[in-house]
Ligand binder design. Structure first.
Ligand SMILES: Cc1cc2nc3c(=O)[nH]c(=O)nc-3n(C[C@H](O)[C@H](O)[C@H](O)COP(=O)(O)O)c2cc1C
Ligand code: SF4
Length: 481
C-alpha cells in the first residue's frame, strides 16, 4: 500500500487541540467539540421526530453499503445477513437503506447485488428482521429504530451478468464517461418508453419493500447511477432531460406512483449533492481532473461549471421539489465511486482502481460536512443525513457531536466505520473510550476486493474476513499493484 507522505495521519494528533491547530493551519473549516457528552444529555443520543411523527431513537445512521455477496438470484446470503446484524447491533437508530437493491435484473451493479422481486421478497423481509433481532437483543427495544431500503438501477455502471462486463443503460451520452468506460457514440440511449417502464418497476419494488416491512424506500439519486444521471441530463431531449423540470420528472413520477399504491410507505432520497469531472491517475499516480472541451462543464449536478467547484443552486431547488412532494428525508453524499472516489469517500489509501489522493482527505470530509450545513440552513424542515465521517477516525465523535448539537445535520451517517467497528456507536453513546485497534483507517480493502471480483468486507480489521479465503486472494491482488 503506497501512500503520499505529506498528509499527516489522524492518529498522529494526540488531542483535539492539536487536531484543531492542524485544521486551522490547513485553512479547513471543520469544527469539533472538545468534550464528549455521554448519557441522557448527549446530543448524539437525542431522539429525533420525523415529519410523520415517528421518533428515531438517536442521531447515528447506518449508511447503505453493499457487499457484492448476495445470491445469484438476488436474495441475501449469510454474509449479507451478518452485515445487517452488525448494523443492527451497532446501536444506530436509523438504517438508511442497508444497501443498494436493484429494482430489476438489468439494473444490478454486479451479479451478486440484491434484487427485489417476488422470489427474493421473503429473504429481504428476513434480512430486515435479522437486523431488528440483533438490535433488540443488545438494546432491549426496537420501536425507535427506522429501517429503509435503498432502491436503485445502476444505469451506466450495470454489470448484471458478469463481474467484468459492463452492460450500461444510459440516460445520455456523457463525453468524458463514455470515453473512460469505452462506450461507442452509437451506443443506445434509453428511450422515454424504456424509462416509463423502469418507473413502473421502481413503484412495484417500493410496494414490495412495504410488504417486506420496510418503513421507507430511498429512491437513489447518487454516485453516477441512473437516478443521479438524470439530474445532469441537460442535453437529453424529450420528457426526462433538458430543463430542471424534465430532469427531475423521473423521481416525481416514481413518487407519484408510490403514493398511489403504497401511501403508508415513507420516501427518502440519497443524493449526490455535488459532482466534479472524472479524475484519473496523473504524475506519481496522483489524481488529477480530466480535461473537457468547451468553457463550461455541464454534466456535474451541483457543479459550478468549472468541473471542480460547487454551486448548490440546483441541489437546493431539488430539495424544494422533494419537499413539495412531501419527501422530507434526504441523505447527502457526493460524486461517484467510479470516477472521482476521493470526493465521495475520503481515504488515505486509494482502492485498486483509484489514484493517490489529490488533496488531504480531510478536505473531502469538510467539503461534504459544509455542504450539508448549507443545505440544512436552507431547508431546516427537511431531515438531512450527512456522510463521509469515517476518515475522521479518533475525532469522529467530536465532529459528529458538534454537527448535531449545532443542527448542521440531523443525523451522522457512518459507512466504512460500520464495517470496521460498528460498536463505535454504542461506545460513544455509553461514554466509553474508542477501541483504537478497531478504527477504520481507510485502507480501502472493502472497495479493492469487489473491484477484483471478491466479496466486500473489512479484511484488515474484522477477524471474520481476515480468516476467509478471499483475504489471501486480496493480498495477491494488492501485491500485483
Ligand atoms: C464497500 C462500500 C459499499 C458501498 N455501497 C453503497 C451503496 O450500496 N449505496 C450507497 O448509497 N452508498 C454506498 N457506499 C457509500 C457509503 O454509503 C458512504 O457514502 C461512503 O462510504 C462515505 O462514508 P464513510 O466515510 O462513513 O465511509 C458504499 C461504500 C463502501 C465503502
Ligand atoms: S477495509 Fe476496513 S479499514 Fe479499510 S476502508 Fe474498509 S472498513 Fe475501513
Amino acid at each position: 500500500m503506497s501512500r503520499p507522505v505529506h498528509y499527516p495521519r489522524i492518529a498522529s494528533f494526540k488531542t483535539t487541540g492539536e487536531f484543531r491547530a492542524y485544521l486551522k493551519q490547513s485553512k479547513l473549516t471543520l469544527e469539533l467539540d472538545d468534550e464528549l457528552i455521554a448519557g441522557r444529555d448527549a446530543p448524539l443520543a437525542q431522539p429525533y421526530r420525523l415529519s410523520n411523527g415517528f421518533v428515531v431513537g438517536n442521531r447515528f445512521c447506518v449508511l447503505p453499503m453493499e457487499g457484492w455477496d448476495g445470491e445469484l438470484d438476488g436474495s441475501p446470503s449469510e454474509l449479507t445477513i451478518r452485515r445487517w446484524q452488525r448494523f443492527g447491533s451497532s446501536g444506530a437508530k436509523l438504517v438508511w437503506g442497508g444497501e443498494a437493491v436493484a429494482v430489476r435484473q438489468d439494473g444490478r451493479a454486479n451479479p451478486n447485488q440484491l434484487v427485489i422481486n417476488e422470489k427474493t421478497l421473503a429473504g429481504l423481509a428476513n434480512l430486515r428482521e435479522s437486523l431488528i433481532a440483533a438490535h433488540t437483543e443488545r438494546f432491549g427495544k426496537a420501536d425507535d429504530l427506522l429501517i429503509g431500503l435503498q432502491l436503485t438501477h445502476s444505469g451506466r455502471f450495470c454489470r448484471p451478468n458478469d463481474k467484468k462486463r459492463l452492460e450500461p443503460k444510459i440516460a445520455y451520452h456523457h463525453p468524458l464517461l463514455d470515453r473512460k468506460f469505452g462506450l461507442p457514440s452509437d451506443y443506445a440511449v434509453m428511450t422515454d418508453d424504456d424509462i416509463a417502464r423502469l418507473i413502473e418497476d421502481f413503484v412495484a419494488a417500493a410496494q414490495r419493500a412495504y410488504r417486506a416491512g420496510f418503513a421507507f424506500v430511498d429512491i437513489k439519486h447518487c454516485h453516477g447511477y441512473l437516478g443521479h444521471e438524470f439530474l445532469s441530463a441537460v442535453e437529453r431531449p424529450g420528457r426526462y432531460g433538458g430543463s430542471f423540470e424534465d430532469r427531475t420528472r423521473f423521481v416525481c413520477e416514481i413518487v407519484a406512483g408510490i403514493r398511489a399504491t403504497a401511501p403508508q410507505l415513507q420516501i427518502g432520497v440519497r443524493l449526490s449533492a455535488f459532482d466534479f469531472v472524472p479524475f484519473r491517475p496523473g504524475v506519481n499516480g496522483m489524481g488529477e481532473p480530466e480535461r473537457f472541451d468547451g468553457a463550461v462543464y455541464r454534466y456535474a449536478f451541483g457543479g459550478d461549471g468549472t468541473g471542480v467547484g460547487i454551486d448548490l443552486a440546483e441541489p437546493k431547488k431539488f430539495l424544494d421539489l422533494l419537499a413539495s412532494l412531501d419527501v422530507k428525508m434526504v441523505c447527502v453524499t457526493a460524486a461517484s465511486p467510479y470516477y472521482n472516489p476521493h470526493l465521495m469517500r475520503p481515504a488515505m489509501f486509494p482502492p485498486s482502481d483509484g489514484y493517490q489522493p489529490p488533496e488531504d482527505p480531510l478536505v473531502g470530509v469538510a467539503r461534504q460536512i459544509n455542504v450539508v450545513k448549507e443545505l440544512k440552513k436552507y431547508r431546516p424542515d427537511v431531515t438531512l443525513v450527512g456522510s463521509a465521517y469515517s476518515y475522521l477516525q479518533e475525532f469522529l465523535p467530536n465532529v459528529a457531536q458538534h454537527v448535531v448539537r449545532n443542527r448542521h445535520a440531523d443525523f451522522v451517517g457512518l459507512g466504512r466505520m460500520m464495517l470496521a467497528y460498528p460498536d463505535l456507536v454504542a461506545d460513544v453513546l455509553a461514554g466509553n473510550p474508542l477501541q483504537r485497534k478497531r478504527i477504520c483507517r481507510t485502507f480501502s480493502d472493502c472497495t479493492t476486493a469487489p473491484r477484483n471480483g471478491l466479496v466486500s468486507g473489512c479484511y484488515p480489521l474484522d477477524e471474520y474476513y481476515k480468516q476467509r479465503p478471499e483475504a489471501k486472494e486480496l493480498e495477491v491482488v494488492k501485491r500485483k499493484r
